[in-house]
Ligand binder design. Structure first.
Ligand SMILES: *[C@@H]1O[C@H](CO)[C@@H](O)[C@H](O)[C@H]1NC(C)=O
Ligand SMILES: *[C@@H]1O[C@H](CO)[C@@H](O)[C@H](O)[C@H]1NC(C)=O
Ligand SMILES: *[C@@H]1O[C@H](CO)[C@@H](O)[C@H](O)[C@H]1NC(C)=O
Ligand SMILES: *[C@@H]1O[C@H](CO)[C@@H](O)[C@H](O)[C@H]1NC(C)=O
Ligand SMILES: *[C@@H]1O[C@H](CO)[C@@H](O)[C@H](O)[C@H]1NC(C)=O
Ligand SMILES: *[C@@H]1O[C@H](CO)[C@@H](O)[C@H](O)[C@H]1NC(C)=O
Ligand SMILES: *[C@@H]1O[C@H](CO)[C@@H](O)[C@H](O)[C@H]1NC(C)=O
Length: 350
């Protein structure tokens, strides 16, 4: 380049004309072309190639970002290390910008000066950014009846649409097309995993929040248990609670502990099991089970009562009586009757 300063001034003037929308042609120059290329949409982080055609008799050529020169011919004016020259020949002038960011958005201009006519090609770069959830509510533990607010904020370009939904819910009653999901007076049935989705044209970001709802225990009504003397007896107590309930067993007012003679107490989640290995006369009575967590307690009572061992006669009679009912009817079947039944079976199969 023989006279860069002069030429830059010249380019500057042409650019000024473009920006004012004045056709350079009206300045008495022979002719000029100002071309607007289609917008280029590119994702953040990608490499952008800017290319414009040259032609014969090109004396000067430059790529500009807004009004600052990136490259003038093969001379790099930009101090940005991401900008580099790809091709410069008779046909094309291509530069690239690596790791494109939002700040690179805007108008880029290729200015070409021939001996007779200046020519510019401008292109608008649009940078897209995949959505990213930047601020999400933490996993939450609340008591039943609280007002719960879940928050999900996301970045991205175009601006992502945010949707909240409860993953475990079969219906869509608990969802929101909003950064904020409000659940007033939360019930235990709305505990679970909630998902925030931030989506735009280019990608989706998804995050989840676990919501735990504490509530005091409720115990299902105890079922009285009948056991024969000397047999094993098991009393069951079932409680629904969050956090999980601790269980206490009482005989009348006396607390019963695991490891008492011939007794075992096993707790497994919401279920407590009191086992008598060998029920004695003294074991029969009224027991109560108390389920406790930090929000409260509930109880139920279970009676362990005696079953008199069936005598040998009742043993024979019991099952025999049932069998009589079956065999009684079967004896009624005559061979013809049986044949009819077999035929009916066959017919029904088809
Ligand atoms: C190019 O992008 C600009 C700025 O976003 C917009 O105003 C213009 O309408 C777009 N042109 C085309 C052809 O999409
Ligand atoms: C383009 O210009 C803008 C505004 O001056 C700047 O922030 C950005 O880094 C420039 N990009 C390149 C590739 O020169
Ligand atoms: C997230 O949002 C909460 C509530 O608006 C705010 O208090 C907090 O500062 C935000 N955190 C970040 C990292 O933006
Ligand atoms: C929950 O919100 C309702 C109004 O929506 C309000 O009346 C109530 O006091 C709130 N409860 C708590 C525990 O903040
Ligand atoms: C149950 O206890 C009785 C009385 O103590 C005893 O005779 C019997 O052998 C015990 N049965 C079993 C299965 O341990
Ligand atoms: C067992 O005891 C509880 C109280 O401890 C009482 O409410 C209940 O009526 C008793 N059940 C029977 C069958 O006595
Ligand atoms: C059992 O529950 C009743 C109410 O349902 C309560 O009045 C009683 O005090 C409870 N008993 C125990 C031992 O917690």
């Amino acid at each position: 380049m023989k006279n860069p300063v002069c030429w830059v001034v010249l380019t500057g003037i042409s650019i000024a004309f473009i920006q004012q929308g004045l056709p350079v042609r009206s300045q008495g120059e022979s002719q000029s072309d100002n071309k607007q290329m289609d917008n280029i949409t590119i994702r953040q982080g990608e490499t952008l190639f800017l290319s414009c055609s040259q032609g014969d008799f090109v004396t000067h050529t430059a790529w500009l970002n807004r009004s600052s020169i990136l490259y003038a011919g093969e001379d790099k004016w930009s101090v940005d290390p991401r900008v580099s020259l790809v091709t410069l020949n008779q046909d094309e002038f291509t530069i690239k910008i690596e790791d494109v960011d939002l700040t690179d958005e805007g108008q880029y201009i290729c200015a070409v000066q021939t001996s007779s006519r200046p020519r510019t090609t401008s292109v608008h770069i649009i940078v897209q950014v995949p959505p990213k959830i930047v601020n999400l509510s933490k996993d939450l533990v609340v008591n039943e009846g609280s007002n719960v607010t879940l928050m999900c904020l996301a970045n991205g370009k175009p601006e992502p649409a945010i949707v909240w939904r409860m993953i475990s819910a079969s219906d869509d009653s608990l969802s929101s097309d909003n950064e904020v999901l409000e659940i007033p007076f939360i019930s235990r049935y709305r505990a679970g995993v909630y998902e925030c989705t931030a989506a735009n044209d280019i990608a989706v970001d998804t995050q989840t929040v676990e919501l735990t709802v504490n509530f005091p225990p409720s115990v299902s009504d105890g079922r009285d248990v009948g056991v024969t003397l000397g047999q094993r007896g098991v009393l069951l107590c079932e409680a629904d609670a969050v956090p999980e309930a601790d269980f206490e067993w009482y005989r009348d007012d006396r607390r019963i502990f695991n490891g008492f003679d011939g007794i075992e107490i096993e707790d497994d989640g919401g279920l407590s099991k009191l086992t008598f290995f060998n029920v004695s006369e003294a074991d029969y009575g009224n027991y109560s089970c108390v389920a406790i967590n930090k929000l409260g307690s509930a109880n139920t009572s279970i009676v362990l009562y005696e079953i008199i061992e069936p005598t040998s006669s009742t043993l024979l009679q019991g099952p025999g009586a049932v069998q009589d009912g079956n065999s009684g009817t079967s004896t009624v079947f005559t061979p013809t009757c049986l044949l009819l039944i077999v035929l009916l079976h066959l017919l029904l199969k088809f």
